[in-house]
Design a protein around this ligand. Structure first.
Ligand SMILES: C[S@@+](CC[C@H](N)C(=O)[O-])C[C@H]1O[C@@H](n2cnc3c(N)ncnc32)[C@H](O)[C@@H]1O
Length: 360
């Protein structure tokens, strides 16, 4: 694990070069070729050349964007994986980013700058980590695959801006990890106590990640994720009266202001997934700005009940809370018809309905 200095000064220390010049050396022993796993379109990557940092150049300027040489292309990714004898694991959603411009876009979407504290989920070979550190961030990276955790720790062993935890994000205590990290860093601005999330996450944990992070407005100001495009659209632009409109749509709007940033074609990943991806930004609301409900637990329990039982009218599905007549009256006060179904109500409508029927 790369050691992380807990002293506040860590943000201001002079740091080792991030974007060092790359020398091309011929290795003594050729790297093995894993064509079978890499697929038919994947070229064998022998004869192999290893990129090594000479450490002679300066760090990228400003945000470190676009001025860096691209050290995370297709060849570098294969070389990094190969150095540990690793094959991408489908079960861990290991689709590595091959285009540093996309990493720049992710970093820019969260407006990452000097001194920001950033949580990265699944650093993999460290291509996004590299961009975040170059932009001046202090990064906490959570990686489930112990081999990749070692790889990324070794890659950035010379910087004190990275801490790698070999944990499953879904099971880890992210709130306490972040609180202790933020507590150890000297505030450098009005918002400096709030961290950011920037991550290219495995598609299969998207819902867990969103559910865990969005209610954490006391810790994070923004969450920028690279998601499967279809999931991104469903979370950010669900339309009323469609099957895409679900409790998670209400959840997203309750805790954040979501924004679709850009589509990312599947060709940008190795190995290539079967679907395209997209960058999404969730600007988290501060707890004081959440819609006014007496209890978020009771609010989401009502929303879940409302969507249970497809196409059920609310006056039926919410009968366990109060009588159909009371629900009809409350819907009337909200300005909705007595026959309303859950997919016809906005987040605001649900908030008003909840506050009316739980008071009765
Ligand atoms: C889509 S890859 C992205 C890798 C890298 N960030 C990039 O952009 O190339 C997802 C990464 O998340 C890791 N991962 C998968 N499940 C995880 C989990 N539950 N918790 C933390 N990391 C996980 C994988 O091992 C992999 O490194």
């Amino acid at each position: 694990m790369a050691p992380m200095n807990s002293a506040p000064l860590l943000l201001r220390q002079s740091l080792p070069p991030i974007s060092s010049p790359i020398e091309t050396l011929k290795p003594k022993t050729p790297l093995p070729v894993h064509n079978s796993t890499l697929g038919a379109r994947t070229p064998a990557y022998s004869p192999c050349y290893i990129r090594v940092c000479t450490g002679k150049t300066t760090r990228g300027s400003g945000s470190g964007r676009r001025s860096r040489r691209n050290p995370d292309d297709y060849h570098a990714t294969l070389t990094a994986l190969n150095s540990k004898g690793r094959f991408p694991r489908k079960s861990l959603g290991q689709h590595y980013m091959l285009d540093s411009e996309i990493n720049d876009e992710l970093t820019a979407a969260a407006d990452v700058g000097e001194g920001d504290v950033v949580l990265e989920i699944g650093p993999g070979t460290g291509s996004l980590t590299n961009t975040l550190i170059s932009a001046g961030a202090v990064v906490l990276a959570i990686e489930k695959d112990s081999h990749m955790a070692t790889l990324v720790s070794e890659r950035f062993a010379q910087t004190d801006r990275l801490k790698v935890l070999n944990e499953d994000f879904v099971k880890c205590h992210i709130h306490s990890h972040m609180s202790s990290l933020l507590g150890s860093i000297e505030p450098s601005g009005p918002n400096s106590r709030l961290a950011k999330v920037v991550a290219n996450i495995p598609f299969n944990i998207s819902t867990d990640v969103v559910k865990q992070l969005l209610p954490m407005g006391d810790i994070f100001s923004e969450v920028v994720l690279l998601l499967q495009e279809e999931a991104a659209l469903r979370l950010v632009e669900p339309s009323l009266r469609t099957s895409e409109y679900r409790p998670i749509s209400i959840f997203v709007n309750f805790f954040s202001d979501p924004e679709f940033i850009m589509k990312v074609p599947r060709t940008k990943f190795f190995p290539q997934p079967n679907v395209d991806a997209a960058v999404v930004k969730f600007k988290l609301k501060q707890p004081v700005d959440y819609p006014p409900v007496s209890s978020t637990k009771s609010f989401f329990s009502m929303v879940n009940s409302a969507f249970n039982g497809k196409r059920k009218m609310l006056r039926r599905s919410l009968q366990h809370i109060c009588t159909p007549m009371e629900i009809e009256n409350a819907l009337g006060t909200v300005g909705r018809p007595a026959t309303s179904r859950p997919e016809e109500l906005s987040t605001d409508d649900f908030v008003k309905l909840h506050n009316l029927i739980t008071k009765q």
